[in-house]
Design a protein around this ligand. Sequence first.
Ligand SMILES: [Zn+2]
Length: 415
Amino acid sequence: MKFTLDTRRLIAELKELRALTSDIHGAQRVAFSPRWVRARAWLQEKLLGLPVETHTDEAGNFWATLRGASPRELVIGGHMDSVPNGGWLDGCLNVLAGIEILRRIDTQYAGRPPVTVRIVDWADEEGARFGKSLFGSSACSGSLNMSEARGLKDRDGIGLPEALRQVGVDFERVKDSGRELRNVAAYLELHIEQGPVLLDLDLPLGVVLGTFGVERHAITFRGQAAHSGSTPMNRRKDALLAAAKMSMEIYGIAERSGGGVCTIGSCTTKPGIVTSVVEECRITLDQRHLDPTALARMWAEANAASERFAQEGNVEVSWERLWQIPPRPFHPELIALCEAAIMETCGRSHRLPSGPLHDAAEMAGVGVPTIMMFVQSLHGISHNKIEDTKEAHLELCGRAFDRLAEKTMTWIEGN
Ligand SMILES: [Zn+2]
């Protein structure tokens, strides 16, 4: 590539955004809030001077388009919104790297690249206020459940449709934004890894294979309340005992699954007093895997184990599904391009799945060839003000992501 990315400017602009929209507790760009509006206005200013068309779609997603010789589009996505007290890189690194790439492409091709290049800033990726993540991208992909979303309220009782109206978005029309995807040929997203995998391997960059599928269930064991002093140990129907065995069992299930994770995140007991054997114990189980067959097996193993523990303890068990999403594998040819871009940039790469969901999952879900690149997170932590990445790694991710963009343009042309 003749022209290279200005990674120093990328880092300087990330810092500029941080100064504009953070406080001592971290980033404060909650979607639809005044500071988010300000971040978007700042973003628009950054695009002045580039020959791009900009507009906001029906779902509140912001698009910048550099028309190319072909109408087929390379889309680079991210999100300017953050959780309250969020990190300085989550979401906006993707968008600002995209803008820097747009500048490089504009210079290299004198304003007319071989394919059309677009940046999208998805609205409300985090779902921090209404508890529903991926709002803008799921409206655009068409997967948004309208009746569920219509009823969402924030802590002050303000409904999602009302909050959207305040930023000029008509809730009933949000799915019209789907027309934005008409010419999309590939979707790229760079993101800070939100866990410690790359950190532990001492690698700056990784190729994301896809986002985990999720099975989320509540499991309730029912035994019998009985006096803690008068009931012999062998006569108890202790609902907690069965649940406690589950908490051990999931480690083996995850281990056998080859790359999956299981979490029991909550446990409540009734009557929940110090002098009674537990009559009812409800736990939640969250299971994730990239492979749908492995995920189904994890669920089946947990189910069989719960029946076994219930029988051993003379209690009953019932399951209730809380939520589920299938795994969203990324495009095999784009995985290869991403790996090549990383290898050419820093000589070492790693393939890993994403535990958290991202807007990219929505694009992959509607069949858009999709890929994500992760950059190492210094403390392996995100959604926290201590979220950070070494500047040397930020420069590497900018360069590798730019290479991926160039390779993907060539790939689009050849397809
Ligand atoms: Zn994010």
